[in-house]
Design a protein around this ligand. Sequence first.
Ligand code: CTP
Length: 395
Amino acid sequence: MLKDKTIVIGVTGGIAAYKSLEVVSRLKKLGANVHVIMTEAATKFVQPLTFRSLSHNPVIVDMFAEPQSWDVEHISLAEKADIFLVAPATANLIGKVANGIADDMLSTTVMATKAKVVFSPAMNVNMYQNSIVQKNIIKLKEEGYRFIEPDKGYLACGTEGKGRLPEPEEVVASTVSYLLSPCDLIGKKVLITAGGTQEDLDPVRYLGNRSSGKMGYELARIAKARGANVTLISAPTHLNKPSGVKIIKVRTAEEMYQQVFRYQAEQDIIIMAAAVADYTPQSIAENKIKKSNGLTLELERTTDILEKLGNEKGEQLLVGFAAESNNLIENAQQKLKKKKIDFIVANDISARDTGFASDFNKVVIISTDDQIEVAKATKLEVADRIFSEIAKTLV
Ligand code: CTP
């Protein structure tokens, strides 16, 4: 996926430096050429040798060390980079860049690059909330630097709060989203639904489906990377929360309907990627249903959220998904018309290596006057293609 891409990773001196090892390893596995620059402080936490072994490239720490080649190293890496990730980014490094201070190899290279720069801050919660740090972050964001929001949770200093480096998988997903996507949704509000709803039968059982939620989560990541303000309404999944996205957890089709309509009015774009149950039990048994009593299920229709959105549609752009096992295009086109939406993303769920639960998808993006086939690709790449089509209609 990242073949021919060069990613430079800056590692600063925080305890989360050990997590960057896995970030490097994951980016290598995706095919990227990875170079690591460490601050002196970072080497107190992790040995440069470990990064060298994982990145298969020399690690740079000292500005005045004998060069490995005749290139001026910080300039050459600054030029080579397709994207520059600093993870973890300490308050110190953020402060330096925000104030134009370049006094070591990492800060010098960050300032010399024209590539997109992404900071993934990790620090003590009070330090993160310190108004000077926050002002520096705002200043950098205004200058076009991107950020991966820290997670809330237990911090190494023994406190709880916002300041944890997100899981390496999430840091990688956000970085790749930033790499793939242009920043063309600034100021837009995007609502995305994801996952399969669960309709309760009794206190322990439900009717569900096999949707993993991956497609919706990747759409949320890409929308965020493109600069949108993103709300993700998610049915239960096992996925990590996309960084910087507002997440609302629901279980049933009814709860999803309520939440979508709570936020609907203010959105510019709504994408229904969730697999919403079409039927729900007429009543939920108060106690666990015993098999000795036999079982007949009486079901009733749920609200078709997308159709209702289509019927009430104003300027808003609406996107639906059509998961089909036969007559893909025909069925999808019918849904596009019936639900009065702008795009429908059709995918063939009978294909084994794409669709439900897979990391890959192969789709056709259909609008009233166009049909774009997206060849098999990761769901993140497919999400990016979907937003590229959407973005064309916004200008
Ligand atoms: N959808 C919805 N509310 C529902 C059911 C579906 O908003 N109660 C949305 C899905 O999120 C998806 C689109 O409608 O974006 C199409 O869903 P799909 O299940 O493929 O189609 P259905 O409309 O349910 O039609 P059918 O079951 O006949 O295939």
